[in-house]
Each structure stands twice: as C-alpha cells, then as structure tokens.
Write a protein that binds this ligand. Sequence first.
Ligand SMILES: [Zn+2]
Length: 579
Amino acid sequence: MAESRAPLRYTLRFPAPHTHYVEVEATVPTGQKPVVELAMAVWTPGSYLVREYARHVEGVTASTPDGQGLRLDKSRKNRWRIATNDAPDITVTYRVYCREMSVRTNWIDAGFALLNGAPTFLTLADDAPRPHDIQLVLPASWHTSITGLPAVPGGAPHHYRAADFDTLVDSPILAGNPAIYPFEVDGIPHYLVNEGEGGMWDGPRAAQDVAKLVRAHRDMWGSLPYTKYVFFNMITESGGGLEHKNSTVLMTSRWHARVRKDYLAWLGLASHEFFHVWNVKRLRPVELGPFDYENEVYTKNLWTAEGITSYYTDLGVRRANLCTDDELLERLSSMIERLQTTPGRLVHPLEMASYDAWIKFYRTDENSANTTISYYTKGAVVAFLLDVKIQSATAGTKRLDDVMRLAYTYYAGEQGFTREEFRALASSVAGIDLRPWFISVLETTEELDYTEALDWLGLRFRPAPSPTPEKAWLGLITRTDHNRLLVSQVHRHTPGWQDGFNVDDEMLAIDDYRVLPVQWEARLTQYQPGDHATILVARRERLVRLAVTFGTEPPRRWILESDPGATTAQRTHCTTWLA
Ligand SMILES: [Zn+2]
C-alpha cells in the first residue's frame, strides 16, 4: 500500500554546518488536491514529552515545479496549509536549526550532523502511508553517512528510502566522518559507529563487546528480526539512549571507556537499547502504535517496555560474559536501594507512574522524589521478582524469558498486548494465578516483598553496619552554586523536611558560626544525632534561623549477597538464575 503511493522526496543540504542549520527541499505529491497540509511531529516515540519540534523550523516556502510561488498559511502550531494551484507536485523548502545534543533531537556542527526523523521532516498530514526518500548533499569535508534505512537501489551516494513516515521517524541518520566498526552476527551486518572517539575510546574492543551483547540477546529471543543494525555511539557531552527497530542512538562521555564501572554502564546502555529490538519495537503495549505524532499517548504498560528491559539490561551484560555475578548483584542492589529510598514509591503506583510519564518522569523537578517513582527502577525490580516468582512456582523449569518469548509469539507486530493479556500470559507460564500479585505491585503503593525471591535464590540483604563515626544528618540534598551551598531537594520524613528547610535555601551558619560549602560535611561531624542546633539560611534574600534536631543517616540496607546458610538447592537456583 505504502509503496504504491507517490513518495515524498527530500534533499538535505548543509551549506554552513557551523551555523547548525540543515536546508530541506521537499518534493511533495499533491494527489491533485487544491490544498495540502504539511505537519511536523511534536514528539518522538520512546521519549514521552511534547518537544514542539516545529519551533526550530523557519523560512517555509512553497512553489510549483516551474518556480511559481504558492500561498501558504499556518493552520496549527506545527502545520502548514498550502494552495497547490492544481500542480501534481509542489516544492517546499525550509530550514531547521539543529543544536540540541540529545538522542531525540538534532545536532549539526562543522564536524557532523545527527538527524532524527521527527524533528527534521515535514510530512503530509493525510495519514496515508507512502515512501519517503532522502538525498543528503554533504559538505566537502564530510565523507560518510550512515542510517538504518536501506539505500535506494541504483541511487546516488547518501540516498535512502523509508517505506513510510513511521520508518523515517524510526531511522536516525549520522553524517560526517565517524569511525565505523562493522561486524556480523548470523550473517547479518551490524555497525558500531563512534562519533567523537578522539583517541579516548577503544573502538575495536567496544565493537567486540557489543557483538557479544547481540549474541546474548539473540540467544534469549531465538533469532535476529532485521537485516541490518546500527549502534550510533555519540561520544559527546550528553547521555541517554533511544531505541529504534534496526538502530539505536547512544550518548556517552568520552571518559566512559577507561573506568570499569563507567564502561559497564555503557555496555548496560547498549544492552538496554538492543533489548528493545524485541521488547517495545516489535512487541509493544497496545497503546504504543500506530503513532499519533501530534498528540500524547498514554499507557500503563511502560513498566513492561522499560522496566522489564531495564531488568534484562544487566542480565544481558552478564549473559554476554562481560561482567561477573557480583557486579550484576551490585547493579540490582543499587536499583533496589534507589526504589526503597525514594519516598514517592509510597505515593505513586507503578502503572500510574507509567501513565503519567508525560507530566512526571519527563518533567521532573525538585519534588519528584517525594511524589513519584521511576517506572524504569520499580519496573526492573518488579521484573526481577516476577522472574524469580515464575522460577519458584515451576520448580525452576520456567522463567521470565519464557513469558517474553511467548508474548512475542502471540502479540508481536501490529497487534500489541493489553495489561490484562500480559498478566494472564505470565500466570499461564507460572502455572499459578499471578493477578493478585500484579494488582499489589502495579496498582498499589504497598511495599514490595522480597522474601520469596531471596528464599528461592539463597540471597539476603547484607546486615547493615553501624555508621562510624556517628555524624549529624539532615537528609537534605544540596548543590554548590557560585560558592554557595544550596538545598536542591527536601525529601519527605527527613529531619530537614521536619525542621522546615526549603529548596533553594542557602546554608550560611550553624549555631551562628559561618560555614563555607567546603566546610559543611566536616562541620556536621561536630554534632551527634539527637543534638539540637540553629541553622542560619538565606531564603529569598531574607535571613532565617531554623531550629533543627539532627537525625541519623540511614545505613545502606539493600545490598544483596549470598546467604551463608543457603542450602545446596538454593545455590543451584541462584546459579541457574544467573546462567
Ligand atoms: Zn528503554
């Protein structure tokens, strides 16, 4: 259907890339309509925030092929209505300012261009699928372009074709002079594309490790469902990742290749985004498609899309033999610690954290920790508990892998799954009715119960050491700004919350003795938990004295370790889980 319609054809030029602009010339088929409407997406799938991409579009013009100017009007913030004068095709030109270094926006400078579909391409607002062709005209000093899109057969260099607009949005393009490391898995070409290696990043080693991740996830799912895959590794000053059907954009620091902990985090990022090849890009919650690029879309199922993926993030690194059991346990422990020390877990149920992603997770502020919980974090911990629950209920014969594979068999593609279908499927694999448990962990703010998982695996939370030396604690999160110590978050039920601190209070003195930011931590060691003191702060230009009673910093309580008393059976379960 899409292929039979006339394509939109775009030519992209970069006459002055240091000014961060791409110039777009689009040939738009009118279908002989007197008026056509072009639209730009307001958000991009996988990143749940209205980003108003049209705000970077300027200088939109329209003309007939023989150069006759056409009347053009804006009809919405992101739409342009054009009178066609009955021309079969019209030419539309515009510029896009591209200087936001993130996985879901555009960046252009003298060295390279990273272009995403949603912030770049105006398309016909008629909802009819049709091919979109892209021809890049590169500056003389740029030698390469790469994308998950196929090249147009017999076309010029840098000429690609997306079967439809969804594919175009799902296919970022990088142009410039990146280092490209090709490798094959199952005879399918893969590319690790490093932009900004700069002598700091070991490209060949990273490519070998990424190939191991590809094999590990392939082993779980059964086969690779694409004919080409590109890892765009943007070694820039930004972070994050975004999944696509046959590529991913990763952003990382150039200093993340040399310290093991940081490199493991990068492998985790690659593992996470690659797991999305199946979970979310091909097996998705029913609400996440087909996409309406102009309106928000709500789902309670981001805990499966992102939480389950986050659980497999580190498991994938372990299965690829790129980390140790202890390193995996440490990563899982940190996730549990983060969940159990975030007050918002007692306010916002996991499914609602998913539903409210647009106004909570993607709009975090100083109070977010008190009011919500990340569906990545709690979702991953719930996925861990679900995995072990299934293993325990089936005497170790089944696990979450089986649920995901079965879900893929039933619901992959255009169909998608509902929350009820996922719960029923997990119950059928476990052989027990898991729905009451799902209600508790997904729909309520009840604390998670780790007992069953720890019992099955022969693990325990390491007994908390007593803090030494005892130090006064207020529980405030602070930041230093221009040599001023400022409160940045006040977490519920901490001494600082009870004693009346506000966000943006500037700490000036304890018991009327001046404290500089560098002295703050040392000064607190002069006091004991339970001591009273007065803290002078500057609040919106006025000085305020707060009477405080110091508390005790809670010890780190959520570190998983083998239980010394674990039975042979429990140790076997643990080995099987990690295998
Ligand atoms: Zn993700």
